[in-house]
Design a binder for this molecule. Structure first.
Ligand code: GCB
Ligand code: CA
Length: 883
């Protein structure tokens, strides 16, 4: 009965709304002029040097990816012509995000300045525009290092630009205040929710721009998904001339609310109408509304609506392959969908607030979220820096406030990782005191602004630094970024750490805010090891971590670092300038680890054959003259048993253990069909194009190609040419391989392979490995016409290289006898390279290839290396029979 009444009231109510004024909001992304560089004048005289672009736009979409050190960090200009019609509207420009300093000019007059690249700002422009004419909008953008603006330094790139949407908003003279916190002007709270009843309060910020008192009415409706009004409230308000006023309204309770949860993310919505004395709508605002309650318990973990809910998910950065940070909204949305499709329910929006589409999608998909301000690694002890931190905290909270998905406000990622003043104990004390003070202030701000959400600091794995200095007492939740088994040797350090927190801080809820391992989507190995960047090691690492997390209720939640590979310009791994810890690649293709999570987390039956990311594989023949190469294939599933068929033949049913089973698959040359099926016939198919590398090369045929990465234990798939390089081996009679020398081993952290970025190639891994002091490379191929390519790169340098901040446990590096090598190369007795001095002639860490025709008579191919000075090297070789 009550429902029907409300319904009727709702309809009547809607019918009485008369719009007096067309409030409007639209993006103005198209047709901007762009200029990279400094200008003394805001005015544009000639437009020739300006480029025409559309937003979103970043001016670093090329230089963060190339092999030149650094990227443009400085001034750039954007300019647009904007027609403003006649009428008495009030106009605003709303910028969703500009990295990182922005100055806005309207008709060459200063309008506003905003600092910080990750929060929105809104600029009132009515007093500066001319109606019924073309106005100019000019934005000076700067992404330089600014010691007073976080982020100061971190493992990601600070791409500049107007990289999110810009809106033109028009309102009437009496309107919701859009400017103060750059929001819609309404804030929705759910102070108390139970299964039976939900209390909702709505705060509205109003503004009267007229010079007279205005009698207004505020109508607030809560509507369910179908538009049925379930609660409404009306209030008359007199706004004095020029007044800015905040109105708090406690809505009549909503009975039997349909709760928002991860499995049923039901959304209500709040609509607010501001009406003038004639009862015409002067302005409106709306917000999503989720009815839920939650709590963290240090012993038992997280509860949503009274039910235990393990939070498992990922972190996310906001960039995408080739686009820098200038993404269409859909790509932001897709990432949240990837997390949902993985079975995840938790997103740490790290290390900064992101496009509003992210939280909007979390609301809709039932993903619980944590958002944080971009204070990372260290701080500047200046009032300006402190003020910016606090302003960002407030902007973030205001702008994300109405999203039911958000439950945590976080700040200060790993602020002890740059342990400034390590050698100056007194100075260090002062710094830590300032740091502590700032953390406490940020925490208080968010507790005061939001009584319901939790606060969190993501610490790095140095327990003592945070605990002994009192930081673990500040936030409501301790976040830990833990990497044992990646930056540290012992993977079991992870569970030791969990136990330690639980023992020492039994009353503080814990979230594993980061853990991850790097994997180049092109690298595989049957003997995975730490820092080899293979898909297999990454999957091993995640399996270990997830199982340990699942065992412990006191670990309330966890976030993989990272959902996707992302840009970190200064980082050099297997893929230079990219942090490869994504579960999916930079263009969002799933790695094996992603399938592992799907198998572990999804409730519906799931099955996937791993290794899909590299559809071309290669490997050594099992035996001499064998036409089979047996390779391991993993299948990920949440079902008890799985069968794997290879070209229609069953390889045997296996029990799934830890969401995975592994088969030895006898690959043949060419296409191989794999089909994995559960007992209920749920299946996954995959075609693998396989190239067998013979052991015995006496029958090496026309068009056969041998591709070997020397000093390597991995298989490398070149995703551009589809060529696959296999690991090297030593030569034996009738076969191929190297004679003499040893694998290049850097004197830090890793067992093989250097971490130089190799210039002028994308195939860094095959150049980052080599055999040093090689004497001969031999292949006993039959007579024919061949082409041989020798690939080199100098991997040593006398240049001093500091270990990067994130390289916990790694020493600074310096190669004492760097680059001192000169050698000759003979192919079948002919001198083909004389006095090759890679470092001097080509530079360190540069790809150098030599391709040469070779006629083979009876003796096969013998490549002999003759040192003149130092030791000869070879990084990779290709031998191709032409005819
Ligand atoms: C961390 C940082 C994150 C890095 C990550 C890594 O602890 O919080 O920004 O990207 O480690 O991959 O090293
Ligand atoms: Ca190599």
């Amino acid at each position: 009965m009550t429902k029907i009444k409300i319904l009727i009231a709702g309809i009547l109510f809607v019918l009485t709304i008369v719009t007096a004024f067309a409030a409007s909001d639209r993006t103005i992304n198209s047709n901007w002029l762009f200029f990279k560089g400094e200008r003394d004048e805001i005015k544009v005289n000639a437009t020739t040097e300006w480029e025409t672009i559309n937003l979103p736009h970043s001016f670093n979409s090329e230089d963060i990816y190339d092999d030149e050190k650094g990227y443009y960090r400085g001034e750039a200009w954007y300019r647009k012509e904007l027609y403003i019609p006649s009428g008495d509207s009030y106009y605003f420009l709303h910028f969703e995000g500009v990295n990182q300093e922005a100055e806005v000019y309207i008709n060459n007059q200063f309008a506003a300045r905003h600092e910080g690249g990750y929060t929105a700002f809104t600029v009132p422009i009515s007093s500066l525009v001319k109606v019924d004419s073309i106005n100019s909008v000019t934005v000076k953008v700067n992404n330089r290092f600014n010691k007073d603006i976080p982020t100061l330094g971190a493992d990601f790139s600070f791409m500049g630009g107007i990289y999110r949407d810009v809106h033109l908003i028009a309102t009437s003279a009496v309107h919701f205040d859009l400017v103060q916190n750059s929001t819609s002007g309404i804030y929705v709270r759910t102070p108390a929710v139970t299964k039976e009843q939900a209390q909702v309060s709505v705060e509205a910020l109003l503004k009267n721009e007229t010079s007279q008192t205005q009698k207004t009415t505020l109508d607030v409706l809560i509507k369910d998904h179908l538009g049925v009004v379930v609660s409404s409230f009306q209030q008359s308000i007199k706004l004095k001339a020029g007044e800015n006023r905040s109105i708090m309204m406690n809505m009549p309770e909503v009975n039997d609310p349909r709760l928002w949860s991860v499995d049923d993310p039901y959304l209500y919505r709040v609509e607010c109408f501001l009406k003038n004395r004639k009862n015409e709508v002067a302005d409106k605002a709306s917000s999503p509304l989720g009815m839920r309650w939650y709590k963290f318990d240090a012993e038992k973990g997280f509860y949503l609506n009274g039910e235990h809910c393990k939070l498992i998910g990922v972190n996310r950065h906001q960039d995408f392959k080739d686009l820098a940070n200038a993404l269409p909204d859909k790509l932001h949305e897709n990432d949240v969908k990837l997390l949902k499709a993985m079975g995840g329910n938790f997103l740490r929006v790290a290390h900064y607030p992101q496009d509003s589409r992210v939280l909007e999608t979390c609301d809709k998909l039932g993903i619980v979220a944590s958002v944080e301000i971009p204070v990372v690694n260290y701080i500047t002890e200046s009032e300006a820096f402190y003020n910016n931190c606090k302003a960002m905290m407030k902007e973030m909270i205001h702008q994300s406030y109405n999203h039911p998905s958000v439950i945590i406000w976080a700040y200060m990622n790993e602020v002890f990782i740059h342990d400034l003043y390590r050698d100056q104990p007194e100075r260090r004390k002062v710094y830590i005191k300032n740091l502590h003070h700032l953390a406490s202030e940020l925490d208080s701000i968010s507790r005061a602004m939001d009584k319901e959400r939790y606060t969190m600091i993501p610490f790095h794995g140095d327990f003592n630094k945070y605990h002994d200095n009192g930081f673990t007492d500040i936030p409501m939740i301790a976040g830990w970024n833990l990497y044992p088994g990646w930056y540290g040797n012992n993977i079991h350090g992870f569970e030791d750490f969990l136990e330690r927190h639980h023992r020492v801080l039994p009353d503080i809820p814990m979230i594993i805010t980061e853990y991850g391992a790097g994997a180049d989507p092109r690298l595989r190995s049957s003997e995975p090891e730490r820092f080899d960047f293979t898909l297999e090691y990454q999957q091993y690492y995640h399996q270990h971590y997830l199982l340990e997390i699942m065992k412990r209720d006191y670990v309330a939640g966890s976030n993989v670092w990272n959902l996707a590979d992302f840009s970190s310009e200064f980082r050099i791994d297997a893929v230079p300038h990219i942090n490869n810890k994504g579960l999916v690649s930079y263009d969002r293709r799933p790695k094996d680890s992603y399938y592992f999570y799907q198998a572990a987390l999804l409730k519906e039956p799931f099955i996937a054959i791993g290794s899909r990311i590299s559809p071309c594989r290669s490997g050594l023949a099992d035996e001499n003259n064998s036409d089979v190469s047996t390779q391991k294939i993993d299948v990920y599933s949440n079902q008890p048993e799985v069968d794997l068929m290879h070209n229609g033949i069953s390889l045997g049913v296996k029990k799934i253990k830890n969401y995975k089973a592994t088969w030895d698959v006898p690959f043949i040359q060419g296409d191989n069909q794999l089909e994995a099926l559960t007992l209920d016939n749920i299946k996954d198919c995959q075609k693998v194009n396989f190239t067998i590398q013979p052991r015995q090369v006496n029958a090496f045929d026309v068009d056969q190609v041998l591709r070997v990465s020397l000093g390597d234990k991995r298989e490398f798939w070149d995703d551009l040419t589809k060529a696959v390089w296999i690991a090297s081996k030593e030569y034996s009679e009738g076969s191929w391989g190297s004679v003499g020398g040893k694998m290049y081993e850097p004197d830090y952290g890793k067992s093989y392979g250097s971490d130089w970025a190799i210039s002028r190639t994308e195939n860094d891994p095959i150049y980052q490995t080599q055999i040093i002091n090689i004497e001969v490379f031999k292949a006993d191929v039959p007579s024919g016409e061949y082409e041989i390519t020798l690939l080199f790169a100098e991997l040593t340098s006398s240049e001093d290289r500091k270990a990067m901040a994130y390289e916990i446990g790694m020493a600074d590096k310096k190669d004492e006898n760097a680059g001192q090598r000169i050698f000759n190369v003979y192919v079948n007795g002919m001198l083909v390279l004389e006095n090759l001095n890679i470092a001097e002639q080509y530079g360190t860490a540069t790809a150098v290839d030599f391709k040469m025709p070779v006629t083979v008579q009876k003796q096969g191919v013998t490549i002999r290396f003759e040192p003149v000075k130092g030791q000869a090297v070879l990084n990779a070789i290709e031998i191709r029979r032409k005819y």
